[in-house]
Design a protein around this ligand. Structure first.
Ligand code: SF4
Length: 311
């Protein structure tokens, strides 16, 4: 069975075993972040519409969830901004009604939360993780490269309003980019912003796989530790562990590996953990995909990554 909108379960660095749901067309987003691991935004937009119908998405969810997989979360994430899809609220309601035993997480860039109807549509989610990488418009423009009509002040208002209305877990993810948002003045403004937003937790992240702009480098561990100690309730996202025995959903190995890498660049170890395949077998598949010109390699601090080559 080939799935288009649901992927995994994937051992996530922060959510444990997570079944991903991608309800947006590839790279349709309000931002074009320099660190995005899914490549350049090809549809930079603020338009909310039914990009992918809820019927198609719920059909796939039904097929997978009826086998009762062991999951920590069903997670709205992927290669675009999920809150741009107008039917997100209906899909959440469907899951809450049909599969109440599962917790739902939403990874969002938070840029649509200034809209009342967007906030209302996601209030029953168990965990929302929203991005905030800048405290000033200049840094917002440099890192997140927003749609021209999107202002950081509006995004911040949305985050503050959402926190007041949302009663479940709300985390803010701060992506640290050396020499752009790790200086004293930006960090001091971020600190003040966080105290206004009042999330339950701050998660510090940095690039560990090839991003959209090749010059973006990972933050030093010492810098991350320093930032973490200076923010209230902050933690550094660790690499996921491999305690999970992953269940494999789809069929053809080569295709599964290619689909996984198309979603985001991975090391051989990542692929092995995500798909539950033996590492040696994964390496053989990766070598053959490189030979066939379908993927390429790139050395990063965390290891050798494989990246899909667009046809
Ligand atoms: S990182 Fe997220 S918000 Fe930024 S461009 Fe990629 S999909 Fe959009």
């Amino acid at each position: 069975m080939k799935y288009k909108y649901v992927f995994g379960p994937v051992p996530s660095r922060r959510l444990g075993m997570s079944l991903g749901v991608d309800i947006m067309p590839h790279k349709t987003c309000t931002l074009d972040c320099i660190y995005c691991e899914c490549g350049k935004t090809t549809n930079l937009t603020l338009d909310r519409k039914d990009y992918i119908s809820e019927t198609l998405i719920c059909e796939e969810l039904n097929k997978i969830l009826k086998s009762k997989p062991e999951l920590d979360y069903i997670t709205f994430s992927g290669s675009g901004e999920p809150t741009l899809n107008k039917c997100i609220g209906n899909i959440i309601n469907f899951l809450k009604y049909e599969y109440p035993e599962y917790k739902i997480a939403l990874l969002t860039n938070g840029t649509q939360l200034y809209q009342d109807k967007v906030r209302q549509s996601i209030l029953t989610v168990d965990l929302v993780v929203a991005s905030l990488d800048a405290a000033t418009e200049a840094v917002f423009n440099a890192i997140n490269r927003p749609h021209s009509e999107l202002k950081l002040s509006k995004v911040i208002d949305g985050l503050i309003s959402f926190r007041k209305e949302f009663k479940n877990d709300f985390w803010v993810e701060f992506f640290v980019i050396p020499d752009i948002n790790d200086n004293d003045s930006e960090l001091s403004e971020i600190r003040q912003l966080i105290s206004r937003i009042k999330p339950d937790k701050i998660q510090l992240n940095t690039i560990d796989r090839p991003g959209t702009e090749h010059w973006v480098k990972p933050a030093d561990k010492k810098v991350l530790a320093f930032i973490s100690s200076s923010l209230y309730n902050a933690e550094i996202i660790d690499l996921f562990d491999s305690k999970y025995n992953n269940k494999i959903i789809a069929g053809n190995n080569n295709k599964q590996i290619l689909t996984t890498i198309k979603r985001r660049p991975c090391t051989a170890e990542d692929v092995s953990q995500i798909l539950g395949f033996d590492l040696e077998k994964v390496q053989n598949h990766l070598d053959s995909l490189v030979e066939r010109g379908e993927i390429k390699k790139k050395k990063m601090q965390r290891g050798l990554f494989y990246i899909a080559i667009k046809s």
